[in-house]
Design a protein around this ligand. Structure first.
Ligand code: NAP
Length: 463
């Protein structure tokens, strides 16, 4: 990597910008500065922290087009998705600007007349975040906003593919009046910066969004200094279509959740589990609609599906499709590519597979691409067994208008986020996060600020 990151446009392979990699010394200085700012920032009253966060959100919205264009250039997603992500990212700041004012403690009735018991909350200290490339704005603000609202200074390392969006958001935070040492960005490879973060005694919490193997490693490394951790890790979302589902609606929602960001989201519907009696009708309608999706450069107005982020991601998708086809899957649409390893661009056309079986790699390993495998089921028990059969437990979706079917699925699916007739359940106001190997903790909602707070209990005696 040398001492710069070459940020490339994944739609063309062209270099967009060079970003300086921070040295170990610079990163340690940033950590020390963040730590030193803690006492001062924690003392800023909650209403003032709220005002600064609101100002940050307002400035981000004023720069919406500029940030969206940066995001599409470095990530490849269609411009309308980037514009949507800027709003989504700002919505976390708006939400936690309000929550800053609602960090309540409580009093507890004492067991004797001579005591008073008070429980209060205080910020945990310096927070370090490591974020992925697939949502370069929202994955950062979802962590920064509650940390800053709680009174914690914040330092972030964005993914090497997409540092530009984060760098710009941090500049805008400073423009809004949040002190420079209270929110900082450092750049470098995850393995280097991650080790510096986890070994620092100044950092009290690591918040990570990324793959499950790296999350496990960060948990282990954080144990040495007993840091708090929040882990938003991989998913492999099932989407169940029951026999009674409204097929047109289910098709529309499945397309929205499957092909957003070219299938590169942690909550993408990766395993489409359809009742055998409607499987043919669903598959045909779905494939017809999928074949209409426009693939291309995210900056083109028409584009609905952009490029794959890099060669590694592309190779994994191609291998999953080939494995499925070799084991008997039928390609209804797709299995087409436009890639140039020399130039560095990688497009996978939206692909629908039927006759899919559980032993195919695509059913077991997280898919990060525009591929929709369809598997059939006879009974609800069987659908749940397939859905719960991986180590992941992030998001699950089901489509049914029967309340008994819906209640059964809700009760039996082991997932942190469930969409019932809803392919887009995310939002700043809800607790986002996974069960099993999809993570620890929740981001968003009233739950999302709790991981940045310590609980302190006071017992006053001899009254
Ligand atoms: P990744 O390889 O785990 O990378 C994510 C971040 O971790 C990047 O900043 C990366 O740095 C850093 N990293 C890599 N190795 C590291 C190490 N040894 N120590 C510390 N940090 C390290 O994941 P990805 O492929 O970029 O992102 C996709 C994954 O994220 C998928 O599994 C997806 O499901 C998950 N995700 C989860 C959520 C959620 O909310 N649950 C949301 C979005 C994505 P580099 O810059 O060096 O790569």
């Amino acid at each position: 990597m040398g001492n710069v990151i070459l940020v490339k446009n994944p739609a063309t392979g062209q270099v967009v910008k060079e970003v300086q990699i921070n040295t170990e010394e610079e990163i340690n200085q940033a950590i020390k500065a963040g730590h030193d700012s803690f006492k001062k920032w924690a003392k800023v009253n909650a209403h003032e922290r709220s005002r600064l966060l609101s100002k940050w959100s307002q400035i981000i919205k004023e720069h919406k087009e500029e940030i969206a264009e940066i995001m599409t250039l470095e990530n490849g997603k269609p411009l309308y998705e980037s514009l949507g992500e800027v709003d989504y990212a700002a919505s976390y700041i708006d939400w936690y600007a309000e929550e800053a004012k609602r960090i309540y403690g409580r009093t507890v009735p004492a067991s004797t007349e001579t005591k008073r018991i008070v429980v209060s909350k205080q910020p945990i200290g310096l927070v370090a975040a490591i974020t992925p490339w697939n949502f370069p704005a929202a994955m950062m603000t979802r962590k920064a906003a509650p940390a800053l609202a709680a009174g914690c200074p914040f330092i972030v390392k964005p993914a090497v593919e997409t540092p530009l969006t984060t760098i710009r958001l941090v500049e805008l935070a400073h423009e809004a009046g949040i002190p420079e040492d209270v929110i900082q960005c450092v750049n470098g490879s995850g393995s280097v910066v991650g080790r510096i973060f986890t070994s620092s005694e100044y950092i009290r919490k690591i918040t990570f969004t990324g793959s499950t193997p790296i999350g496990k490693q960060l948990i282990k490394e954080s144990a040495n200094t007993v840091k708090h951790v929040t882990m938003e890790l991989g998913g492999h979302a099932p989407l169940i279509v029951a026999e009674d589902a409204d097929l047109d609606f289910a098709v529309k929602q499945t397309i929205a959740t499957k092909f957003r960001n070219a299938g590169q989201t942690c909550v993408c519907a990766n395993r489409i589990i359809v009742h055998e009696n409607i499987a043919e009708a669903f598959s045909q309608k779905f494939a017809d609609e999928v074949s209409k999706l426009k693939v291309g450069n995210g900056l083109d107005q028409e584009t609905q599906v952009g490029p794959i982020i890099n060669e590694k991601g592309y190779d994994k998708i191609v291998a999953q499709i080939q494995d499925a086809v070799e084991k008997g899957a039928e390609v209804l649409v797709g299995n087409q590519y436009n890639a140039d390893k020399e130039q560095g661009y990688f497009f996978v056309y939206p692909t629908v597979l039927t006759n899919v079986k559980q032993d195919m790699v695509i059913m077991q390993e997280e898919t990060f691409g525009p591929v929709a495998p369809i598997i059939t089921f006879k009974t609800l028990e069987e659908a749940v067994e397939i859905a719960n059969s991986t180590p992941f437990g992030l998001a699950a979706y089901f489509f049914t208008n029967n309340y008994k079917t819906g209640t059964y699925l809700h009760d039996h699916l082991d997932f942190g986020i469930i969409g019932w007739n809803d392919g887009a359940p995310s939002g700043a106001h809800i607790p986002f996060g996974g069960m099993k190997e999809s993570g620890l903790g929740r981001e968003g909602g009233i739950e999302g600020i709790e991981p940045y707070l310590e609980t302190k209990y006071l017992s006053v005696g001899n009254l």
